[in-house]
Ligand binder design. Structure first.
Ligand code: PMP
Length: 344
C-alpha cells in the first residue's frame, strides 16, 4: 500500500486555526490567566489572511469574480499582503492603494508578492482625492472586472472572524474564556470574534484597544464624531480617524487607549521575554491588558484571550530598530530598563 503523504494543497489551506499560547512571564505580575491568539502563525503572518480569503471566496460564491479579474484595496500593509497571497493562488490581479505611513518593509513585501502598489499621503482627510480611499475608489471605477474589498466598510470583514476566530477561541478555551482583548482598526477582528463569543456566553467581556490620536474610544462612549480626538500617531493598523461600519460598537464593552511609546516597548518586551516575535499592535494589546488590570478588570479566575495580530518581522525598520526608537524619543524615558537602551 502506498504511504499517505501528509501535505497541504497550497498556502491558503494554512490560513486560520492559529495557536493559543499561554503567556507567563509578561503577565506574571497580573491577576488572572492570560493567553495570546498568535495570528502571526497564518501563512501571511497576520490575521488579515482570514478576511482576504473569506471575502474573495464569498465574491466567487456570489459569481462576482472570474479568473483574471482584479482585486483592489486600501491597506496599511497586512491586508494587502494577504490579498496579494490569495490572488496569486487564485489567479487574480492585485492593486493596492497604500498609506505613506506604512513601513518600507511592508511596501517592499507587497511588491515581492506581485501586487501593484500606489503610495498615497497619510495625513489627508478621507474625502481628499489623494487619500488612499479616493484612489482605490477611482481605480475600481476605471478597472473593468474589478472588486474593491473596502475592509473598513465591508460586513464580510466581521463575518470572517465570526466564522473562524470566534469559534477557534471558544473551542481552544473549552468555553472558559472570560475576557477578549483585541485591537480595533477596521474593527472586523474584535466585532466578529466578540459576536460569536457573546452568542456562546453573553457574560464574556470584550475589551477594545485604541490609540491616542484615534476617534474610536470617544465614539464608543458618546456616539459622536469628535474631531479633536484626531491627531497623527505612530502605531500602524490600530485606531482610526473615521468611523468604520466594519466595527460593531455594541459588541464591545469598553475601549482603552495606549501610547505609541509604551506599545513599542511592550512589543519589544514580548519578543525578548516570551521569545515570541510580535508586531507593534501586539505590544499595544498587552499594554492595554496592563492598563485594564490596573483598573481592576481581572480576578485570579479570569481567562483572558489577547489577540496578537501580526509578526515582528514587519517592523524591522521601526519598533525593532534602535535608531527609529531613538528618533521617536522612545529611549528618553527614565523608566526604561538598561538592556533596552542600546547605543546608536
Ligand atoms: N493590528 C494590525 C497590525 C493591523 O494591521 C490591524 C488591521 N488594521 C489591526 C491590528 C486591527 O484589526 P482590525 O482591522 O480587524 O480591527
Amino acid at each position: 500500500m502506498k504511504e499517505e503523504i501528509k501535505a497541504y494543497d497550497n498556502v491558503l489551506a494554512l490560513i486560520g486555526n492559529t495557536p493559543l499560547l499561554k503567556l507567563s512571564k509578561v503577565t506574571s505580575n497580573l491577576e488572572g490567566n492570560f493567553y495570546a491568539k498568535v495570528e502571526a502563525f497564518n501563512p501571511g503572518h497576520s490575521a488579515k489572511d482570514r478576511i482576504a480569503l473569506y471575502i474573495i471566496e464569498e465574491a466567487e460564491r456570489r459569481g462576482i469574480l472570474k479568473p483574471g479579474d482584479t482585486i483592489i484595496e486600501t491597506t496599511s500593509g497586512n491586508t494587502g499582503f494577504s490579498i496579494a497571497m490569495v490572488s496569486i493562488i487564485k489567479g487574480y490581479e492585485c492593486i493596492l492603494a497604500v498609506s505613506s505611513k506604512s513601513s518600507k518593509d511592508k511596501i517592499d513585501m507587497l511588491r515581492a508578492m506581485g501586487a501593484k502598489v500606489y503610495l498615497c499621503p497619510a495625513h489627508v482627510s478621507a474625502d481628499d482625492e489623494r487619500s488612499y480611499y479616493s484612489v482605490a475608489k477611482r481605480l475600481h471605477e476605471e478597472t473593468k472586472g474589478s472588486i474593491y474589498i473596502n475592509q473598513y466598510f465591508n460586513e464580510l470583514n466581521i463575518e470572517a472572524h465570526y466564522k473562524t476566530t470566534g469559534p477557534e477561541i471558544w473551542e481552544q478555551t473549552n468555553g472558559k474564556i472570560t475576557h477578549l482583548v483585541a485591537c480595533s482598526g477596521t474593527g472586523g477582528t474584535i466585532s466578529g470574534t466578540a459576536k460569536f463569543l457573546k452568542e456562546m456566553n453573553p457574560d464574556i467581556k470584550v475589551l477594545g484597544v485604541d490609540a491616542y490620536g484615534s476617534i474610536l474610544k470617544k465614539y464608543h462612549e458618546t456616539r459622536e464624531f469628535d474631531s479633536n480626538e484626531i491627531y497623527p500617531y505612530r502605531i500602524e493598523g490600530l485606531g482610526k480617524n473615521l468611523i468604520p461600519t466594519a466595527t460593531d460598537f455594541d459588541a464591545i464593552d469598553k475601549f482603552m487607549k495606549v501610547s505609541d511609546e509604551e506599545s513599542a516597548h511592550t512589543a519589544r518586551e514580548i519578543s525578548r521575554v516570551e521569545g515570541l516575535f510580535v508586531g507593534y499592535t501586539s505590544g499595544a494589546a498587552l499594554q492595554a491588558v496592563r492598563q485594564y488590570a490596573e483598573e481592576g478588570e481581572f480576578t485570579k479566575d479570569s481567562n483572558v484571550v489577547i489577540i496578537f495580530p501580526d509578526h515582528g518581522s514587519r517592523y524591522m525598520s521601526k519598533v525593532y530598530s534602535d535608531e527609529w526608537m531613538n528618533d521617536q524619543g522612545f529611549f528618553d524615558s527614565v523608566n526604561i530598563e538598561a538592556n533596552q537602551k542600546v547605543e546608536v
